[in-house]
Design a protein around this ligand. Structure first.
Ligand SMILES: NC(=O)c1ccc[n+]([C@@H]2O[C@H](COP(=O)([O-])OP(=O)(O)OC[C@H]3O[C@@H](n4cnc5c(N)ncnc54)[C@H](OP(=O)(O)O)[C@@H]3O)[C@@H](O)[C@H]2O)c1
Length: 295
């Protein structure tokens, strides 16, 4: 039988399951940990592909020695944009109709603008990022809190290493993730005795999040963790009910440096990105592009 962690066999509402970290978490929870995962994303084609792979994995696991002794997990999905309060009310209604009571809420869906100076970004960009990365977490909390309290459930918010140390070129993304970290820390104290509430700060992970970037820097590639490995590590930390989860060499470096040298950490990290001279950061450091052209 699969190891019976506290989340074994639970009902999980997980956003951002159509790709990246969310997809791999959904796959592992639904197969290895026999959870009933209800996933949310927007792109129906991607969601349908995810379901196919996850259903196959559930089937495969059920035939293993451990799987034969375990309860069978499941995966269902819903296509919904999670960035409005109305969407969350709809999600709750649909789950009610399907008799799905949420034990664990994982807010994973997130977006990032291409690396650029803030002067080039619009108020609409800011709104879009905050609505997905921060307000969606507030809405889901408001909509599901009473249900989660009833079952002494859990809320897991996926923040980012950007919340541990601000970086030039990611002002808006970092601000949205810092807001989420701060919010999650506060509510985790407010509900200490009723709920397990945690935030996760992954470092660079190879996912579609960088789909808008010209080319991924060598530096980033060298620290980038595969999405499946990141998902595995997150689940391992959740099993131990950690409330603050920092993962990846870059995330640990950013966290450590910001604690040791809070006044200079941001400019040091931003300086490392600059000297990497990689195209991904060209809009933040246009002089790098110029120098490459001259050569
Ligand atoms: N990759 C990294 O280096 C990294 C580092 C730190 C933190 N994170 C965080 O990890 C989380 C997962 O990101 P990822 O790297 O796995 O990226 P990803 O592969 O791009 O996955 C993002 C997921 O979020 C969904 N999504 C985005 N906006 C949505 C919306 N408005 N409504 C519903 N679903 C939405 C996407 O679904 P559709 O495409 O179907 O809309 C997709 O399933 C994010 O919160 C991200 O900020 C990532």
């Amino acid at each position: 039988m699969a190891k019976k962690h506290w989340f074994y066999g639970k009902n999980i509402l997980l956003t951002g399951v159509s790709s990246g970290i969310g997809f791999y978490m959904a796959k592992m929870f639904a197969s290895k940990y026999s959870c009933n995962v209800f996933g949310v994303g927007r792109n129906i084609e991607k969601l349908e592909n995810a379901k196919k792979v996850i259903d196959e994995e559930i089937e495969k696991f059920s035939k293993t020695k451990k799987g034969k002794l375990s309860k069978r997990g499941s995966f269902e999905y819903l296509s919904k944009d999670i960035s409005s309060f109305e969407s969350w009310q709809d999600i709750k209604k649909i789950l009610g109709e399907r008799d799905f009571s949420v034990d664990i809420l994982i807010n994973n869906a997130g977006i990032m603008l291409p690396f650029d100076r803030f002067e080039n970004q619009t108020p609409e960009d800011v709104k879009k990022v905050f609505e997905t990365n921060f307000f969606a977490h507030i809405y889901s909390y408001k909509v599901f809190l009473e249900d989660l309290k009833r079952v002494k459930g859990a809320i897991i918010n996926i923040s980012s290493s950007s919340a541990l140390c601000p970086v030039a070129g990611e002002a808006v993304y970092g601000a949205s993730k810092s807001a989420d970290k701060s919010f999650t820390e506060a509510i985790s104290i407010e509900h200490k005795k009723q709920l397990y509430i945690a935030y996760v700060c992954p470092g660079f992970t190879s996912t579609d999040l960088f789909r808008n970037e010209e080319g991924m820097s060598k530096l980033v590639k060298s620290v980038c963790m595969p999405a499946e490995k990141m998902a595995k590590k997150i689940i391992r930390r959740l099993a131990r009910k950690k409330r603050r989860i920092v993962l990846g060499i870059d995330a640990h470096f950013m966290s450590g440096l910001n604690r040791l040298a809070p006044r200079t950490a941001s400019s040091t990290i931003s300086g490392v990105l600059k000297v990497s001279k990689d195209p991904m950061f060209d809009k933040v450091y246009p002089e790098n592009k110029q120098k490459r052209k001259v050569k």
